[in-house]
Design a protein around this ligand. Structure first.
Ligand code: DC
Length: 224
C-alpha cells in the first residue's frame, strides 16, 4: 500500500485531555498502530538528564536527540514499554521532571525537525493512531481523520492528581493546576509547532465525559 494511502487518525490536545488513554483504546479497537509522540520528547528529556545536560544548551540537546535510540516494545496485555538507549525507561518517562524537560526540549526547532521522520515511520498498514500536539498540523497534515481533545484545566489537574495518588506520589491539586497552566502556556506560545488544532480537526471537549463515551465518539468519525 503506498504510504499516503495508509489511514492516519491524529489525536492532538493538551496534557491531561485524555489523549493517551483514548488513543491507545481507539488504536486497539481499530487494530491500528499507535504513536505516542510525547514519549519521544520525554525520552530525549530522560536521556538528557542521564547525561546531565543543561536544558538551556540547545546544541547539546540537538546532539542528544540524534544520539538517543528510542524503542517501543509491546508486552502481553497491550502495555507498551519504552526503551531509551536500550534501558526500560517507561516509568521514568511519566514523571513530572521528564514532562517538564520534554516541554523545554520540544521548543527547539532542530529537535522537532530531527524527530519528524522518526514519527512518520510509524505510518504502517493497516493504519496509525498518532497522539501528540502537532500530529494533525505538522507531522501528518494529510491525515484523513483528525481530532482535537480538550478538557478544562481543573479537570485535567484532578485526573493527574488521581493518577499520581494511585502511584503513591504526594502532590497537591493546586500545584498540579499551576504546572498544567504553565505547560499549556509554554506549549501554545512556542514559535515552532505551537499547540493548536488543525483547521479540519473535530473538537471534542472531554470535561465530564467517561472514557467509553469519548472512545465511541472518536470511533464514529473514523470510516475505515
Ligand atoms: O503528551 P506528553 O505530556 O507526553 O508530552 C510531553 C511534552 O512533549 C509536552 O509538554 C509537549 C511536548 N510534545 C510536543 O511538543 N509535541 C508532540 N507531538 C508531543 C509532545
Amino acid at each position: 500500500m503506498p504510504e499516503q494511502a495508509i489511514p492516519v487518525l491524529t489525536i492532538d490536545g493538551p496534557s491531561g485531555s485524555g489523549k493517551g488513554t483514548i488513543s491507545r483504546q481507539v488504536a486497539a479497537r481499530l487494530g491500528w498502530h499507535y504513536l505516542d509522540s510525547g514519549a519521544l520528547y520525554r525520552a530525549i528529556g530522560v536521556a538528557a538528564g542521564w547525561a546531565d545536560l543543561d536544558l538551556d544548551d540547545a546544541g547539546a540537546l540537538v546532539r542528544c536527540t540524534f544520539d538517543t535510540e528510542i524503542g517501543f516494545r509491546e508486552v502481553p496485555g497491550g502495555d507498551l514499554r519504552v526503551l531509551v538507549n536500550g534501558h526500560d525507561a517507561t516509568d521514568e518517562l511519566r514523571t513530572e521532571t521528564a514532562g517538564a524537560a520534554a516541554s523545554a526540549i520540544a521548543a527547539i526547532p532542530e529537535v522537532r525537525a530531527a524527530l519528524k521522520d522518526r514519527q512518520r515511520a510509524f505510518r504502517r498498514a493497516p493504519g496509525l493512531v498518532a497522539d501528540g500536539r502537532d500530529m494533525g498540523t505538522v507531522i501528518f497534515p494529510d491525515a484523513p481523520f483528525k481530532v482535537f481533545l480538550t478538557a478544562s484545566a481543573g479537570e485535567r489537574a484532578e485526573r493527574r492528581y488521581k493518577q499520581l495518588k494511585d502511584k503513591g506520589v504526594s502532590v497537591t491539586i493546586d500545584g498540579l493546576l499551576r504546572e498544567i497552566l504553565a505547560r499549556d502556556a509554554r506549549d501554545a506560545s512556542r514559535t515552532v509547532a505551537p499547540l493548536r488544532p488543525a483547521e479540519d480537526a473535530v473538537h471534542i471537549d472531554t470535561t465530564g465525559l467517561g472514557i467509553d463515551a469519548v472512545v465511541a465518539r472518536v470511533l464514529s468519525i473514523v470510516t475505515p
